[in-house]
Design a protein around this ligand. Structure first.
Ligand code: HEM
Length: 308
């Protein structure tokens, strides 16, 4: 968004508000009693969620105000189309295409969807690398082949050459898709064998289970990035892997997310060896759903600087 928010009050609290809110929504997902609005209200969840939303709203408003103040020139410069937030301000204030409320909602959606998703995936990836040293060394070798002995930053050209890293990230998202359940409303009757799912039903798409289905993923709990070699991908149905959901309503941040995860993970692997984690195996990682998937026991790993 082009705003330095590090000195804004509540930077860290904002993350814990999102976690707390996500935790209540996750509880409601899994508990039919909590889906009764009266129970939800009587137990105080409704009120707390409203408080959390108001605090998040306030935080986003501060980001917006800062952007408007510090970047007046940039906003006025119509040739600058690159900054997301500047574009939103332009659409709302200059072109009148959006209301203030719509703009705020867009920013909130981006803050909510664009932070924990990549952070959690990267955390799972480091746990996997700690558990699978052979994979990690192969990845390090790819980094050495690309960067040699230099400290250069990863350019887009370098990133496109990180094939093995891409496979590591995809295999991580197969086992730990941050969006483990997708929700859809059925638009017309769907017949699957003898069963008809009637129009208007609400449907959960269990991405987590699809990604661990042994029909498409032999030995599903084995962490094996080579499942994503082109010849292996061709053997599977297209929708056996959908960490970013599938069109028409899929993740709009997909390319950005892959790029940012490649930058982060390549920097970690070039500079550190991930030597251990408290988790012993994929099976032993206890998972929870707070809207997004996460590890119950955290993501502890030990990093050791690599000798240069
Ligand atoms: C590992 C990273 C990420 C994963 C696995 C992921 C996954 C997903 C999934 C599964 C959905 C679709 C939900 C559905 O179909 O109901 C989604 C939607 C969305 N994602 Fe991501 N996401 C990631 C990162 C990001 C980032 C970095 C951004 C923004 C910068 C972002 C922005 C969005 C937005 C705005 C939507 C809502 C799109 C809509 O409702 O039309 N995501 N994401």
């Amino acid at each position: 968004m082009g705003v330095d928010s590090t000195d804004l009050n509540h930077q860290n609290e904002c993350l814990s508000w999102m976690n707390e809110g996500g935790c209540y929504v996750g509880k409601r997902f899994g508990n039919p009693i909590l889906q009764i609005n009266l129970v939800w209200k009587l137990l105080g969840y409704q009120k707390r969620i409203e408080q959390l939303c108001a605090m998040g709203h306030d935080y986003v408003r501060k980001i917006l105000e800062r952007k408007k103040m510090s970047n007046k020139d940039e906003v006025a410069d119509s040739s600058n189309n690159k900054n997301y937030l500047s574009n939103l301000i332009k659409l709302t204030e200059e072109e009148g295409k959006w209301t203030d409320k719509e703009m705020m909602e867009e920013i909130q959606t981006m803050v909510a969807t664009g932070s924990d998703t990549t952070a959690i995936t990267l955390s799972f990836a480091t746990i996997m690398l700690a558990m699978h040293q052979v994979v990690q060394e192969k990845l390090y070798k790819e980094m050495c082949d690309i960067f040699g002995n230099t400290d250069r930053d990863p350019t887009l050209d370098y990133l496109t050459r990180m094939d093995y890293l891409e496979r590591v990230i995809k295999e991580t998202m197969r086992l730990f898709p941050v969006g483990p359940l997708l929700l859809r409303q059925v638009q017309e009757d769907i017949k699957i064998r003898d069963i008809v799912i009637p129009q208007g039903s609400e449907l959960f798409i269990p991405v987590h289970f699809i990604h661990r289905n042994p029909i498409h993923w032999p030995d599903p709990l084995k962490f094996d990035p080579d499942r994503f070699l082109p010849e292996e991908i061709n053997k599977r149905p297209r929708y056996s892997f959908m960490p970013f959901s599938i069109p028409p309503r899929n993740c709009i941040g997909m390319s950005f997310a892959m790029t940012s995860m490649k930058v982060s993970l390549s920097n970690i692997i070039r500079n550190f060896r991930v030597i251990s984690t408290q988790h012993k195996s994929v099976e032993s990682i206890k998972l929870r759903i707070n809207v997004v998937l996460g590890s119950v026991d955290g993501y502890g790993v030990t990093l050791k600087p690599r000798k240069k």
